[in-house]
Design a protein around this ligand. Structure first.
Ligand code: SF4
Length: 450
């Protein structure tokens, strides 16, 4: 993976040399909390008074009234961990605005996290007037600022030098960018495993892939809020469908097979609904439009429930990370109801549908199984290179067009998962951070020295 190191060097030079013209992104509190729990901000911080803090345990999403995360453990000044809750707000003043300062449910808070300071000096205090340490989160760690307008779908300045590059050099640049991307994915998965254990990390990563792209956040939230260890001991489909808010109340007008299926879920969900009420996904978070019917999030949720049921097999697939075995497993994944239904209320389809389609399996290979394998053995890069991409998306199409224009090269590159990943990395590193219509982008100049 030498090209990956070369790309990393090229990228770090460019990012240092060229100030990025970006605007801060508006964060939603739920997105922020999901990133926090995934460890995307790290686990070492400094309080607003300069005290070092380490998050020893991130705890759990709180099911009760009160702070966002319960059962966390936090160490201050390298001391013994303090057990308690963590509250995350966008603005420091939300603590007072939302009445936490006088609410005894917040007495257990040991750390108050926010992304915007109050301006004036602000103390987080509980109902008993205990001072709570504060941490101001650095949003730039998510590197998710945005350029004022998205890059246009037109030929970019680097297309000239790229055209001059012989094929093997162009491959080397794209593979280098793909290897860099893979290493980052592997590092994120390793970090997740360190925070939550290897099984929970795998479960969260696979759930996010099933939600990709429109429903990545609700799938991530479900996997964080309903951990694998809980689902393995319960009726996974009941908890997943109940907490997703997908169970309809009115069953009268539905087909009898659908009513039977839903009654089974309701019977199990009814006694537990109060317990999980706070963890339910708000309906506006789900994106239902713009997807193929067979990819409806409800079908993907059913697939996740089946994966929980067959978890030991999923674990075995990770250990081997063989593409053929993974394809076979998902080909054989069945669900009596979901094999013939698009949604929880749709009519029975005469045709059986795969619970997880080929493109989703490739996404899981590219984003979870192979990055994990490559982290253990870099030679597995050879397997990654062989993955064929059944589909493209708008972002990768625009990236290919900007770098290579229309033509044979673009078509060829879009057929390979590794080359698509390389294109996406360059697009995110350069095109998405450029607000000069290519004029000040350093990528063309650096290409000459590749
Ligand atoms: S911004 Fe840079 S990388 Fe993107 S198309 Fe323009 S020159 Fe190429």
């Amino acid at each position: 993976m030498k090209s990956g190191t070369r790309y990393e060097n090229l990228r770090s030079t460019l990012v240092r040399e060229e100030p990025l013209v970006t605007t801060p992104r508006d964060w939603d509190e739920l997105e922020l909390q999901a990133h926090w729990f995934a460890g995307d901000f790290g686990r070492e911080f400094v309080t607003t008074t300069g005290q070092p803090v380490r998050i020893v345990q991130f705890g759990v999403w709180n099911r009760e009234a009160g702070p966002d995360f319960a059962e966390a453990a936090v160490s201050f000044d390298n001391g013994e961990p303090v057990r308690g809750a963590i509250e995350i707000d966008l603005d420091a003043r939300d603590w007072e605005r939302h009445g936490h300062a006088t609410n005894p449910d917040y007495e257990s808070v040991v750390l108050h996290i926010f992304t915007r300071p109050s301006g004036a000096e602000f103390f987080t205090r509980t109902a008993e007037h205990r001072l709570v340490p504060q941490v101001l989160l650095d949003l730039s760690r998510l590197s998710d600022d945005v350029v004022p307008s998205p890059p246009e779908a037109k030929l970019g300045r680097c297309s000239g030098p790229l055209r001059e590059l012989p094929d093997e050099k162009a491959y080397e640049v794209l593979f280098g960018a793909a290897q860099f991307r893979l290493r980052r994915k592997a590092a994120a998965l390793a970090r997740l495993a360190e925070l939550h254990g290897p099984d929970e990390a795998l479960f969260q990563a696979l759930a996010a892939t099933l939600g990709y792209k429109s429903n990545k956040l609700p799938f991530t939230l479900l996997a964080q809020r309903l951990p694998l260890r809980l689902l393995r001991k319960s009726e996974a489909d009941t908890l997943l469908f109940g907490a997703s808010g997908f169970l309809p109340h009115d069953l009268a007008s539905l087909e009898s097979s659908t009513r039977t299926y839903l009654r089974g879920l309701w019977e199990n969900w009814w006694p537990r609904r109060a317990e999980f009420e706070r963890l339910k996904i708000d309906p506006p978070l789900w994106r239902m439009s713009g997807q193929r019917p067979a990819n409806h999030p409800q079908r993907r949720l059913a697939a996740l429930a089946q994966m929980v049921r067959l978890w030991p097999k999923i674990r075995a697939l990770v250990d081997r990370a063989e593409a053929t075995a993974i394809h076979e497993f998902f080909d054989q994944l069945k669900d009596e109801y979901w094999d013939y239904h698009y949604t929880v209320t749709s009519k029975t389809s005469p045709r059986r549908m795969a619970l997880v389609g080929e493109s989703r399996v490739i996404e899981m290979l590219a984003n979870v199984f192979l990055p994990m394998a490559i982290a253990q053995d870099e030679n597995r890069w050879a397997d990654f290179k062989k993955l064929r991409a059944p589909l493209t998306n708008q972002r990768v199409e625009v990236a290919a067009l900007r770098l290579f224009g229309e033509g044979a090269r673009k078509k060829e590159y879009l057929k390979s998962v590794a080359l698509q990943q390389g294109l996406l990395q360059i697009y995110e590193d350069f095109c998405l951070r450029d607000a000069s219509d290519c004029a000040r982008c350093q990528f063309p100049r650096q290409l000459a020295q590749w």
